[in-house]
Design a protein around this ligand. Structure first.
Ligand SMILES: Cc1ncc(COP(=O)(O)O)c(C=O)c1O
Length: 396
């Protein structure tokens, strides 16, 4: 296999399959294996030491590195256009490790009001304990971000589109403001995936993923990943190897396997979610549809600029809040579950999904309506999805 590949010239469909997998594999396998060994042994101490010091390629101990995990890291890094990546036991581990590896007492973090519920918990509950100030801005108020960044900003945290209200933040403009203040720009790219959006190309320093979602795509493994340049990722990796939030080789393999169809799946997710959101707009029982691919969406123009597709997640509010439970029970081809990014359609209200960790008061403060239903649109045939939603809505 040829090793010196100029990945910039290669399309996402090909990268999803080949990136990270062009070095010869042990036993001449054509597919990566799950390397379950916790430790790696050497014939002599000198060789062991050379590997430990990084002078020779190899692995020492599974909490630090693992061959299967390393292939996954390379694949995601190449897809994101990053130098390198480091994988975690979950998306939340990727987020918290990135924050704690880069922040110190006295720092000031600027963040949008409605990032994913677990993330907002770190900002609300944990960072303030370490004397780190967290400023929540209205998620789409670019001028307010600019003002707060100018005052003082150590780290700018973006999530776009947001979960569950699908708000759009202008990564390039906000990154430019942050750069002027020497702030680190971190973007959660979970909902977009590297197929639809590459934040590093728009000025971000670190891109985070809950690999549990679209990267894996099959709802059978939990993982997370952080991508960026060598210096930043080395710092995050070092924090991760010490605190131990490593990804096991088995879920790494499952995510790798899922990622082979990432480009193909995202194309279908994008198409289905766009069509379903337009269809929902015309339904009598639907109050409002939140999807960045519809031209009436507040962030449509920014999304059009920075995204190649609008993703597989949409939300919509129904007119009668008390009918949410019935609607969900009426659906035949959708799981009611606290998850997104899978082959199969998944629905749930934010109060039991993305923002289950928050109190009703906190959800109100975060601008999340109680009559909202988040829908991760699967890759089933769109006519079956629409027919299913139609019968479920019409029974209300
Ligand atoms: C946007 C986003 N980021 C991060 C996470 C956390 O990921 P995980 O569940 O893998 O810890 C989630 C989970 O739903 C999410 O939606």
């Amino acid at each position: 296999m040829k090793k010196d590949i100029s990945w910039d010239k290669i399309k996402s469909e090909t990268k999803s399959i080949w990136a990270g997998e062009t070095d010869p594999l042990p036993y001449n396998t054509t597919q990566p294996s799950t390397v379950n060994s916790v430790a790696f042994s050497y014939n002599n101490i000198e060789e062991w030491m050379a590997v430990a010091k990084g002078d020779k390629k190899g692995h020492i101990y599974g909490r630090n590195t693992n061959p299967t995990v390393e292939i996954l890291e390379k694949k995601v890094a190449i897809l994101e256009g990053a130098d390198t990546a480091t994988a975690f036991s979950s998306g939340m581990a990727a987020i918290s490790n990135t924050l704690f590896a880069n922040l110190k007492p006295g720092d000031r973090v600027i963040v949008g009001k409605d990032s994913y519920g677990g993330t907002s918990k770190i900002f609300m509950e944990f960072l303030p304990n370490f004397n780190i100030e967290v400023v929540f801005c209205d998620t789409t108020d670019t001028e307010l971000f600019k003002k707060e960044i100018k005052k003082k900003c150590s780290l700018l945290y973006l999530e776009t589109p947001t979960n569950p209200t699908l708000k759009i933040q202008d990564i390039q403009t906000l990154s430019n403001y942050a750069k002027a203040s020497n702030a680190l720009v971190v973007v959660d790219n979970t909902l977009s995936t590297p197929i639809n959006q590459n934040p590093l190309r728009l000025g971000a320093d670190v891109v985070l993923h809950s690999a549990t979602k679209f990267l894996c795509g099959h709802s059978d493994a939990i993982g997370g990943i952080a991508c960026g340049n060598n210096k930043i990722i080395d710092r995050i990796f070092h924090f991760r190897e010490i605190n131990g939030a490593c990804l096991d080789p088995s879920p790494a393999y499952m995510i790798l396997r899922g990622m082979k169809t990432l480009a193909l799946r995202m194309k279908k997710h994008n198409e289905n979610a766009l069509e379903l959101s337009h269809w929902l707009l015309g339904h009598k029982n639907v109050e409002k549809v939140f999807y960045p691919g519809i031209s009436s969406h507040d962030g449509y123009n920014i999304a059009k600029n920075q995204m190649k597709g609008y993703g597989g997640v949409l939300s919509f509010s129904i007119k009668d809040q008390s009918a949410i439970s019935n609607f969900i029970s009426n659906l035949q081809f959708a799981h009611a579950a606290a998850h997104l990014g899978s082959l199969d359609t998944i629905v749930g209200p934010p109060k039991t999904t993305s923002h289950v960790e928050n109190t009703p008061k906190e959800r109100k403060k975060l601008g999340i309506p109680e009559n909202l239903i988040r829908c991760s649109v699967g890759i089933e045939h769109i006519n079956d999805i629409k027919n299913d939603f139609d019968q479920a809505l019409n029974k209300l």
